[in-house]
Design a binder for this molecule. Structure first.
Ligand SMILES: *[C@@H]1O[C@H](CO)[C@@H](O)[C@H](O)[C@H]1NC(C)=O
Ligand SMILES: *[C@@H]1O[C@H](CO)[C@@H](O)[C@H](O)[C@H]1NC(C)=O
Length: 193
């Protein structure tokens, strides 16, 4: 049932043109952040870039993580829409297997299957590189990727270094989109700063 739901949701979003490409082969299995410490990961992150390159309806996107109970992380995603209203969504994340703490699963709607949220690399205080991949059909996958930062910007040098976390693991990020985190725009969103 769950697999079917993932499949139909994924196909639906491909048909709707929301997801980008159906990629060949099974999901890559990149190494994740060693000794991932969820407690140090809590708090606010700014979305710097993301995949897929859909038409972006929101800017100034942030993700705020909080501890709901032992092992359960609360998720609050917020973004500023073109009409200056704030869109937010809440969910929760937990490790599927406690031996692999950086491989989280995020649930936003109780009746939908969780999505993978793999922290490939983080230093907790600067950046985070996140990957989410779902196998679909016989041998294809659809993936999402994010570069997050504790500050609204990252240097070009840092970005280049973080891109390689994806590309060295066979993850195609040719079409990452930049999230606008300019102070001029984002100070319109309460709690952005
Ligand atoms: C949990 O992860 C460990 C380490 O990767 C693995 O050996 C074990 O089989 C996993 N357990 C389950 C239930 O998947
Ligand atoms: C971000 O938004 C501001 C305000 O609308 C705009 O001036 C700026 O050009 C945008 N930056 C990018 C990179 O799109």
């Amino acid at each position: 049932m769950q697999t079917l739901q993932v499949l139909s949701l994924t196909l639906l979003s491909i048909l709707a043109g929301k997801a980008q490409t159906l990629r060949p082969g099974k999901c890559p299995q990149p190494p994740v952040q060693a000794n991932f410490d969820a407690a140090r990961y809590l708090g606010k992150w700014y979305e710097i870039q993301k995949l897929p390159a859909v038409f972006q309806k929101g800017q100034c996107s942030t993700a705020t993580y909080s501890l709901k109970s032992p092992g359960l992380v609360g998720v609050l995603n917020r973004e500023l829409l073109a009409d200056n209203t704030v869109s937010s969504i809440t969910g929760h994340a937990k490790a599927k297997n406690l031996s692999e703490p950086a491989k989280l699963e995020v649930t936003f709607f109780e009746d939908s299957p969780p999505s993978p949220y793999w922290v490939l690399s983080t230093d907790y205080e600067g950046h985070s590189v996140v990957y989410s991949c779902t196998d679909v059909l016989a041998a294809s996958h659809v993936d999402f990727a994010w570069i997050l930062s504790r500050e609204p910007a990252l240097s070009e040098e840092k970005l280049t270094e973080l891109y390689s976390v994806f590309t060295s693991n066979g993850i195609n990020i040719d079409v990452m989109t930049v999230t606008n985190q300019s102070r001029e725009l984002c100070s319109n969103m309460p709690d952005w700063a």
